[in-house]
Design a protein around this ligand. Structure first.
Ligand code: ADP
Ligand code: MG
Length: 608
């Protein structure tokens, strides 16, 4: 048998298998080329999810007429002038995209450089079929149509128009996110589906691409460590989604997909979100070129870090620092769709725009005079004078010292009290407070649970949480594996103030419990902790175990919904929230408080 060299167009078609698997890959390669060419505006048009046609028009510096055909040759690139792959600053460098795409589509490459006329080369599945002048104002236009028309085996693997389009849109978002200084548009079947002008900041661009409300509900990530820098935005834990579809990572300006991100984000938000909820993050990591290899895969969406653990640590630490800095912040108002649910007795505003007064004595009383509101609040909830003795011993032990200090200042809503001054309690579950700029409602159980957790955790982080010895050690009967799990975690438990010992094969002895938890039922708590350790314990580091255990215990030691609180106790809770990190969300990512701004209240009454 004789060995022969494969013809170039066959080689390209084989290579195309790696570079061009679907329309989104074509979008990526062509848009990256436009960015590399210094474009400031990039327009992408798709027909039928890009299967029928992908067109990319840019205003970059173009390709000279005598270079057009060279650009279509395999491994022809203008981007590696000195053969040093390590130093690539451009998105492309392999010189594979254009020949690969041109070998599996009907392909038009038209370009015009400054001071020259436009010129176009047309390629039909790898064979140049036409060259000639073309009318073009400047820059480059590339059209790739009828993808895989001549490669039926590959065409079969394309998915529906809808999912190919979705992949193209995702790709466009990633590309546009990294470059707020460039304007992008996307059209699908003649309809514009994305349009972003030049943005001044990354967070503006990220919000424009994902969700405008993100701007009010995100924090800025900005940390440096050694020669690395991590910037970007991350949603507050209360601004979460059901799927992890908006988590983006860019390494040295290049959109990448790396599993490392998924794990790191989960780690950073671990106890701030339920397991099935996901934050929005867009992170931009800059690392020295020698520390990352982008040359792993032709499509270049994977990277290899020299020190992956350091990168992961940097992402977790950076996110955590940004979230910690947010303190008690949570979503700033109830979700839009819940606003109409605020009910107005008597059916809302009258036709003449005046407000019905019946039943609305609290809120229709002039809200600008705190004294008047304060009086009404007492009659409203009837909670203002409740004796502290109706509290659980835990709650009163914990809240009382702060409550006393608070009484003197309780009636002055001011800037120093962002969560406002307690005015009453609703359903013995929600604290109603008046802040300088609106009405605040706090979910007392969710909020207190969070405060207890943060106390336990702060104790664990320093010297070990203070614990109180039980007069009589409690024997807790467990299954054998549950007892094993508890004993395996002795160190983590001690850190949060829970002292346990083995007591026979199927029981443990509890000697002391965290002081913060007061009279909590040690048995029920230890059983829950054991369940929790069996469910996720083994895989976790000590610190993660401590976090887990603390979260489970916090639930046992906090003020229940349905507990009547005095105004002083309510204020104590609000003040504590204001100085406690992460107190804006409960341990499951739900907000602990919502605010209805004065403007929103006025809208509810048709005054605005
Ligand atoms: P690479 O991007 O890896 O260099 P490509 O096959 O994508 O390889 O492109 C080959 C060459 O064609 C590029 O190096 C560049 O010189 C030129 N080119 C491609 N697209 C454009 C464009 N939109 N504007 C200017 N030059 C381009
Ligand atoms: Mg390229």
């Amino acid at each position: 048998m004789s060995i022969r060299r494969l013809p170039e167009n066959l080689v390209n078609r084989i290579a195309a298998g790696e570079v061009v698997e679907r329309p989104a890959a074509i979008v990526k390669e062509l848009v990256e080329n436009a960015l590399d060419a210094g474009a400031t505006r990039i327009a992408v048009r798709l027909i039928e999810g890009g299967i029928e046609r992908v067109e990319v028009i840019d205003d970059g510096y173009g390709i000279a007429r005598d270079s057009l055909e060279i650009a279509l040759e395999r491994h022809a690139t203008s981007k590696l002038p000195d053969d040093a792959i390590e130093n690539v600053e451009t998105l492309g460098f392999r010189g594979e995209a254009l020949p690969s795409i041109a070998s599996v589509t009907r392909f038009e490459l038209a370009s015009r450089t400054a001071g020259a006329d436009g010129w176009q080369v047309t390629v039909d599945n790898g064979t140049i079929v036409e060259t000639g002048p073309v009318a073009l104002t400047g820059g480059t236009r590339v059209v790739a149509s009828a993808l895989f028309a001549k490669v039926p085996a590959r065409r079969k693997f394309l998915r529906s128009e809808r999912s190919e389009y979705a992949a193209c849109l995702d790709q466009m978002r990633r590309l546009a996110m990294a470059r707020p200084d460039v304007a992008f548009t996307l059209e699908h079947n003649g309809r514009q589906t994305l349009n972003v002008g030049v943005h001044a900041t990354l967070q503006d661009r990220v919000a424009a691409l994902i969700e405008p409300d993100l701007i009010q509900n995100c924090c800025i990530v900005d940390v440096s460590r050694d020669a690395m820098h991590l910037g970007g935005v991350a949603s507050l834990p209360t601004f979460h989604r059901g799927i992890a579809d908006h988590q983006y990572l860019f390494v040295n300006g290049r959109p990448v997909r790396d599993r490392l991100l998924v794990g790191a984000v989960r780690g950073a938000y671990a106890d701030l979100l339920a397991r099935d909820r996901h934050p929005i993050v867009a992170l931009f990591l800059d690392v020295p070129r020698g520390d990352v290899d982008v040359n792993v895969h032709p499509a270049k969406t994977e990277v290899r870090f020299r020190d992956a653990a350091a990168v992961r640590g940097m992402i977790v630490g950076g996110l955590r620092a940004a979230l910690d800095a947010e303190g008690f912040r949570a979503v700033q108002r109830p979700a839009h769709d819940s606003l109409p649910r605020w009910q107005t007795p008597g059916g809302g505003a009258h036709a003449d725009g005046s407000v019905p007064s019946s039943g609305l004595s609290l809120w229709s009383a002039s809200p600008s005079t705190p004294a008047a509101v304060h009086d009404t609040a007492r009659t409203f909830a009837g909670a203002g004078d409740s004796p502290a003795s109706t509290l659980s011993p835990i709650a009163s032990a914990w809240l009382a010292p702060m409550a006393r200090a608070e009484e003197a200042t309780a009636s002055v809503p001011g800037v120093e009290h962002p969560l406002g001054v307690a005015r009453g309690q609703v359903a013995a579950t929600y604290i109603v407070a008046e802040a300088a700029d609106g009405l605040v409602i706090v979910d007392q159980h969710a909020a207190h649970e969070r405060l207890v957790l943060e106390r336990l955790r702060a104790g664990a982080a320093t010297h070990g949480a203070p614990s109180q010895r039980l007069l009589m050690p409690d024997v807790v009967d467990l299954t054998e594996d549950a007892a094993d799990a508890v004993i395996d975690a002795v160190e983590a438990l001690q850190a949060v103030g829970l002292d346990v010992e083995r007591f026979g094969p199927t029981a443990v002895l509890v000697r002391s419990i965290p002081a913060t938890l007061g009279q909590a039922d040690a048995r029920a708590m230890v059983r829950d902790v054991a369940d929790d350790l069996i469910a996720h314990g083994a895989a976790l580091s000590l610190k993660e175990r401590i976090d887990h255990v603390a979260a489970t215990m916090a639930c046992h030691g906090s003020v229940r919904a349905g507990r009547v609180l005095s105004v002083a106790e309510m204020n104590a809770l609000l003040r504590e929230m204001e100085v406690t990190p992460h107190s804006g969300q409960c341990n499951h990512g739900r907000p602990t408080w919502v605010k209805l701004a004065h403007g929103d209240i006025e809208r509810l009454f048709g005054r605005k």
